[in-house]
Design a protein around this ligand. Structure first.
Ligand SMILES: [Fe+2]
Ligand SMILES: [Fe+2]
Length: 281
């Protein structure tokens, strides 16, 4: 098997949600600044990866709590596919996070913080609040994923292995973007709580993503690398503006009658599948 081969096995597929078993290797030969050769962007993406194993287990728990209340067999099948996808994401990001640890990033302490924080939040929340929080975070991940897919150049400028894991994860986040939402609609359907949780999630997500980025930059001696900050912030918020361009999709969440399916899929979805995952669908 060559280094360029993608270890991809499709396990199950239902209504456009395909569970793909991946098996990524993250050798030490991958450079330290694997995203755009830029310390800021690498730190930001690494910080995201640190949250995934714990965060995605929380998403699974929140949705699984309502699984038996869902009568629609189509939605029940989607829930199983959603759980399959998120479980695989957790597994592969554990491997990525082990690579980040070997590079000297403070992964263990950041992950422990997320784990303890989410454990407390989960215990102090009602099942409806946990699901509303999950739905908000799923919208966040889906629109960020679409942002990455909309900018294949952003993925191309990563190390090829890193590009593949982010391409794969992004494709699947978009595929299952409606599942938690539909469970919420079927079992909770509280619009006020849905919006309230998005405000809470936005505050903590932005705050903690920033803290993690700074901590990682500090750990690798790049905190005062102004050029890296300027270049990274420009990619995200200036030109091309990977995050700037998802703002309308973010604000759409607060609209009455919002549904994730109202967000069009990226024009580049098939290109990204072919180019990064060598998938033909
Ligand atoms: Fe995921
Ligand atoms: Fe997800």
């Amino acid at each position: 098997m060559t280094a360029d081969t993608v270890h991809l096995r499709e396990i199950a597929s239902t209504q456009g949600i395909t569970v793909r078993r991946m098996d990524f290797d993250f050798p030490d030969s991958i450079p330290e600044f694997w995203c755009d050769n830029n310390a800021f962007l690498t730190a930001m993406m690494a910080g995201l990866s640190v949250t995934f194993p714990v965060g995605e287990r929380y998403f699974i728990d929140s949705v699984r709590h309502y699984q038996d209340e869902v009568a629609d067999p189509a939605l029940r099948a989607q829930i199983r596919a959603f759980i399959g996808q998120e479980a695989n994401h957790s597994r592969e990001h554990v491997a990525l996070n082990e690579f980040l640890t070997r590079k000297g990033y403070p992964v263990a302490s950041m992950e422990a913080f997320v784990r303890e924080r989410l454990k407390t939040v989960q215990a102090q929340s009602t099942p409806a609040e946990n699901l509303a929080r999950t739905v908000a975070l799923e919208h966040f991940t889906a629109i960020m994923a679409k942002g990455f897919i909309d900018h294949p150049d952003f993925l191309t400028r990563m190390h090829p292995t890193m590009a593949r894991i982010w391409a794969w994860h992004s494709i699947e986040e978009v595929e299952h973007k409606s599942v938690a939402f539909d469970v919420y609609r079927a079992c909770v359907n509280d619009e006020k709580l849905r919006r309230k949780m998005m405000r809470e999630v936005t505050f903590f997500f932005v705050l903690m993503s920033s803290v993690r980025t700074v901590r990682i930059l500090k750990s690798c001696g790049q905190l005062s690398n102004i050029r890296a900050w300027l270049r990274g912030l420009n990619v995200l918020w200036g030109m091309p503006g990977v995050f700037r361009q998802i703002l309308p999709a973010y604000f759409a969440y607060y609209r009455k009658g919002f549904h994730p399916s109202q967000q069009a899929d990226s024009d580049y979805t098939e290109t990204v599948k072919r180019h990064f995952l060598q998938m033909i669908s």
